[in-house]
Design a protein around this ligand. Structure first.
Ligand SMILES: NC(=O)c1ccc[n+]([C@@H]2O[C@H](COP(=O)([O-])OP(=O)(O)OC[C@H]3O[C@@H](n4cnc5c(N)ncnc54)[C@H](O)[C@@H]3O)[C@@H](O)[C@H]2O)c1
Length: 329
């Protein structure tokens, strides 16, 4: 049986998934919808689907699953329409600009019981799998996350209320790995520099720094900036007793043992990770597998953490992720 899939949103994020799906022999890309008809037409044509002008109209075509790949500020209505139809749903990161909206959607996901997956493709990197294996059973002492980048060429990105800010929109991938390796975070304390990048309507911090205290005693840091003209680094360093590693889309470098330590390198392959993530979701939709590594409820925990960092930076107060209600900004 083929999975009949529809896509909501037709930007670069949606295109990456649609191109992978178009290569699966058991997926039929039925349609693409976007608030910009031209964008829907362009992506639909490139992946052999039909353009639609509304989500209900797309659902009327008869679907087995929907990809919701809209910008952070646009989440909510598309998910509600998909959940009303009780269809499996893939959602791009981040879940929303606020915790409130993601919590609301998560409650609906829970009550409908539909299969969900969120675009945390780093969890499918071979480098991350290797790091996870090595760290299994070891006590993580320190994590140091960084996202050192340019301002992405997206109008909504530098606007806090549209993107949720750099920590929520980008560093969510780093924070997701931090949780994967070191567990849940008890409290964060963050600060922003208050110096937005030079872009129209920009009001996000140019630099954000944070400290993280994990429940199991590990300590962490996070630093983000958009002050460069290229992406320098996006990833996480981890220290366990006698072991150091650095992991991200670029791969894994790991050192352990004595002085000098033994080094292991695993190359990064983001495209393979994206393919594996999409494969896992489609397999779950077709009832062929159980390898969705970030269903909505799991991604919500990472989103809460990212929003806690953003809230702490905005209010200059320590924040406990489980108590984040919304971004007061
Ligand atoms: N996980 C990842 O690595 C990754 C990579 C790329 C993008 N993303 C995420 O995907 C999302 C989209 O990013 P992008 O780069 O495609 O942005 P984009 O601005 O290039 O494209 C977004 C598209 O969504 C459309 N849109 C806006 N509101 C809509 C609505 N209510 N219904 C239907 N379409 C709507 C816009 O017209 C636009 O065509 C972002 O949240 C981004 O964070 C994640």
């Amino acid at each position: 049986m083929d999975a009949r899939v529809g896509v909501v949103g037709a930007g670069d994020g949606a295109r990456r998934h649609a191109e992978v799906l178009a290569g699966f022999s058991d997926v039929r890309l039925v349609g693409v919808v976007d608030v910009s008809p031209a964008a829907a037409e362009s992506l639909a044509e490139d992946v052999g689907a039909r353009p639609y002008t509304s989500v209900p109209e797309l659902l009327d075509a008869g679907l087995d699953a929907v990809y919701v790949c809209v910008p952070p500020f646009a989440h909510g209505e598309p998910e509600d329409t998909v959940l009303d139809a009780e269809l499996p749903m893939f959602v791009s990161t981040p879940l929303a600009t606020t915790v409130e909206e993601a919590e609301r959607i998560a409650e609906r996901v829970g009550s409908t019981g539909v299969t969900t997956a969120v675009g945390h493709h780093w969890r499918y990197l071979a480098a991350v799998e290797q790091a996870r294996k090595v760290l299994d059973g070891r006590r993580v002492r320190f994590v140091g996350g960084a996202w050192l980048d340019r301002v992405p060429p997206l109008r909504w990105w530098p606007v806090q209320s549209r993107s949720g800010g750099p920590v929520v929109q980008q560093a969510t991938h780093v924070l997701d790995l931090a949780r994967l390796f070191a567990g849940e975070v008890l409290q964060v304390a963050a600060a922003g520099d208050g110096l937005p990048p030079d872009a129209p309507d920009a009001d996000v911090d140019g630099v954000t720094v944070a400290t993280l205290r994990f429940r199991n005693g590990a300590m962490g840091t996070l630093g983000t900036t958009s002050a460069l003209a290229w992406r320098q680094r996006a990833g996480l360093e981890v220290v366990a007793d006698g072991l150091w590693l650095a992991v991200g889309e670029d791969g894994l470098v790991m050192r352990e043992g004595g002085d000098p330590p033994t080094e292991t390198v695993v190359p990064g392959d983001a495209a393979a990770a994206r393919t594996a993530m999409n494969r896992a979701f489609i397999d779950a939709v077709l009832g062929n597998g159980h390898d969705v590594r970030s269903p909505y409820a799991e991604a919500l925990r990472t989103h809460r953490l990212a929003c806690a960092v953003a809230e702490s930076a905005a209010t200059a107060r320590p924040v406990r992720p489980e108590r984040v209600e919304h971004l007061r900004r």
